[in-house]
Design a protein around this ligand. Sequence first.
Ligand code: ADP
Length: 335
Amino acid sequence: MSEEVLVTDPDTLRYLYANGSAVRSLGYTLEQLRTMTPMDVTHDPYRMRFDNHVRKLREGAPYVVFEGVRKRITGDTCPMEARWQLVSSFGRPVILSVVQDITQRKEIERMKNEFVSVVSHELRTPLISIHGAVKLLEGGAAGVLPEPATRLVALAARNSERLRVIVDDILDLEKIASGRIEFNIESLDASAALGRAAQAYETMVRTAGVELTIEPHDALQLKADAQRLDQVLANLVSNALKFAPQGSRILLEASREGSGVRLQVTDHGAGIPEAFRARFFRRFAQADMNTSRPKGGSGLGLSIAKQMIEQMGGSIGYSSEPGRTCFHVVLPAVP
Ligand code: ADP
């Protein structure tokens, strides 16, 4: 099948041109398409996400690649991948968009995910029972254990807990990928969300000897699923805590960004190594196995966070240099 090529105005997002393949696939005439935008031919009602892609391109990204759901004139849908590039045409910047139908790739991914999910489910039950038994031993249910046994049991308890977290994360990822997660989108207060994230880590903050501050800001309302947003913010705060040096400050901020609200977590840790950045947000990605592993975690948190935020119509990103790492989430603002 030949590639679908569309040209879009970066300001209005209106289509300027579509090749024969795109016209045939979408079912609209070129004249009709010239009055339409990507929001009309995808299952994506939020303009903000497309504006974000344009912003990245204007900031110098050579291209952006994203997935979505293509909506044809007939109402049929199919998964698609688009690659946007800012090019110059007759002296003005336009977006050159190449779109691919990825139905087959998605089907293979679905089968793979289903397999992983079945295996994880099967692992979960015996794992929980092993963890429970070991915790009972650790708690003295079988009497006082000799010193070497105590150490071994503590090791087993720690690792079975780690395994449980990984299995739960894999199940979460599979649920998202297969669209089985339901998002209950409502209007939320940005301050309250940051406050909940801070509260959840109060004890860990104290033990780690760091200071967690919420920067005061105007009342901002955003659209998201409260529980999922809490999960993402908790992941970002917990990562910041893992890397923040003693005595340093972790900063939580909220601000308005275009048609969205930006929530930001900044820490003053070592930062994300340059070499690791290409793998960021991928499954099981951890910068340095030797330093990250003892800190716990599965390397799945950010991958889960990215997918959940994107499914809620938002975006997630970071900037990092030694001594300062900043993760941000942008979600649609309540108009
Ligand atoms: P986990 O924390 O469970 O390992 P994540 O997906 O949340 O998994 O994070 C993946 C990896 O990204 C971490 O293991 C770490 O190497 C890196 N990382 C995340 N947040 C930070 C941060 N604030 N500073 C430095 N590295 C980070």
